[in-house]
Ligand binder design. Structure first.
Ligand SMILES: Nc1ncnc2c1ncn2[C@@H]1O[C@H](COP(=O)(O)OP(=O)(O)OP(=O)(O)O)[C@@H](O)[C@H]1O
Ligand SMILES: [Mg+2]
Length: 454
């Protein structure tokens, strides 16, 4: 289906303006050219008829027997062809009228020829409406001789129609040419905006750090301002992260003192209950502080990298690190069909997300962890991390992403991994889910945007 551009499109507005302008221009040319031509043709036609009627009078003779005759035929041969649309007639009272050979039927109305001055009007002739010219001249006996010349109006119309048909053809060609150049100018003029949109796309997909490219003077300040705004924003976010990290850090020591004090209170029987509440709350605060510190550590001072996530390369160093961290587990990776896929995501964030999930799988697996990348033709991508450990109770799965939740106290950890993983997934715009698989736990990262196969 053809998608029509919306009315808010600049292209459509320009196109409408150009079309309107071309249409108005062509209509003006059409009207003025047609009227100038008709006036011109009519004038020369009339002049010609005047010449003919004068010639007719000059050639007319009255024979000795009183008959009207011509000393020679009129110079225009069309008066000789029967019903050609060109007729003449000479009449005088008491004499046989003389008519052109073309007039095999009918007669011309001689009333137009009633004065020595040449007069004209449109009359009905032998073959339809005719432009008729006539005047009188005195004969040898002092009688009025009437000279009439007529030409079918349709002759003149035919000339004008032929011209307007030609004019229409030429003007249609001219309109097409003007519209074509108009379209080309619009396309050329708006190309920088397309480039700007493409640069935005690259920026949004994380392939570029700022709006790249050279732009014309009208757009360049906009691009420069946007770049300045992006930089300023990034610096602000980085500063905020550092400040959150600093705040968390400064709370650490007082919190440790409070926790210590709360522990001591629980040992005294008279305030054991209050001590337990204090201790609980202090631990919760400690976890939040650790979480904020971990987030600040992972993102503070880091510049976004311009490249996307390259599958499966992104996972290779992580798997190597995991093998060292959990030497008794076997890590395997499958990436059939996804080799060379580049996801428009931040590679550092993506690597951190994979590390958290692989670390959990390594911690709880009995012996094996598999990482599987899958992608389909629509550009949908999934990464699945599966272990052969105990999995999790369904009720625990729902809470596993909260800060500080740990369900297996026997295993070391701070309960922050999945909370950070969820934050990272949200920041990248990917789906993250965990569920129990056939053997152990299965974590899934799903990305529905467009990947690029290189
Ligand atoms: N693959 C897994 N198999 C079984 N249980 C898991 C698995 N992954 C996570 N869990 C459970 O979810 C809890 C939360 O995981 P999370 O990664 O947030 O914290 P952690 O691994 O305990 O600590 P951290 O990652 O901060 O060192 C874990 O304590 C564990 O009980
Ligand atoms: Mg963990």
């Amino acid at each position: 289906m053809i998608r029509l551009p919306s009315l808010s499109s600049l292209r459509l507005r320009f196109l409408l303006a150009v079309s309107l302008w071309v249409l108005l221009g062509i209509a003006a040319i059409w009207i003025s050219a047609a009227s100038i031509f008709s006036a011109h043709v009519e004038q020369s036609y009339h002049e010609e008829l005047e010449v003919h009627v004068r010639e007719l009078a000059r050639l007319t003779e009255i024979a000795p027997d009183g008959a009207i005759r011509l000393s020679r035929p009129l110079s225009d041969p069309r008066y000789e062809v029967p019903l050609s649309g060109f007729y003449w007639q000479v009449t005088a009272p008491g004499r046989e009228p003389l008519r052109s050979r073309s007039m095999t039927q009918g007669a011309l109305d001689e009333s137009i020829a009633h004065s020595p001055e040449i007069l004209h009007r449109v009359d009905s002739g032998p073959t339809g409406a005719a432009i008729t010219y006539g005047f009188t001249r005195r004969g040898p006996a002092g009688e009025d001789i009437h000279f009439v010349i007529a030409t079918d109006q349709s002759e003149l119309d035919r000339l004008i129609d032929a011209f307007t048909a030609d004019l229409a053809l030429w003007l249609a060609g001219l309109a097409a040419l003007l519209l074509g150049t108009g379209l080309a100018v619009i396309a050329f003029g708006l190309r920088p905006l397309d480039r700007l949109a493409a640069a935005f796309g690259r920026l949004r997909r994380g392939e570029a750090l700022e709006l790249e490219g050279e732009y014309p003077a009208e757009i360049a300040p906009l691009a420069a301002d946007l770049n300045a705004y992006i930089r300023q924003n990034e610096e602000m976010v980085a500063r905020a992260r550092v400040q959150a990290g600093n705040l968390a850090h400064s709370l650490r020591t007082p919190l440790a003192v409070i926790t210590d004090e709360a522990e001591r209170l629980t040992e005294r029987s008279e305030c054991a209950a209050s001590g337990a509440v204090l201790l609980d709350q202090a631990r919760a605060m400690e976890q939040q502080v650790e979480y904020q510190l971990a987030r600040a550590r992972s993102s503070a001072g880091r510049k976004r990298s311009g490249k996307g996530v390259v599958i499966p390369e992104v996972a290779v160093p992580i798997l190597r690190a995991m093998e060292r961290l959990h030497p008794e587990r076997r890590f395997t990776m499958r990436a059939t069909g996804c080799e060379g896929l580049v996801l428009p995501l931040d590679p550092v964030d993506f690597a951190e997300l994979l590390s958290i999930l692989l670390d959990n799988a390594g911690k709880w697996a009995l012996s094996a962890v598999t990482l599987t990348f899958e992608c389909d033709r629509k550009g949908h991508f999934t990464a699945e991390i599966e272990d052969d450990g105990p999995g999790m109770a369904e009720a625990d799965i729902a809470r596993a992403f909260e800060v500080g939740t740990r369900f297996d106290r026997a295993m070391a950890g701070s309960g922050l991994g999945l909370a950070i993983a969820r934050d990272l997934a949200e920041a990248m715009g990917v789906d993250l889910a965990i569920r129990n698989g056939e053997r152990g736990l299965r974590a899934m990262i799903r990305f529905a945007g467009d990947g690029v196969i290189e």
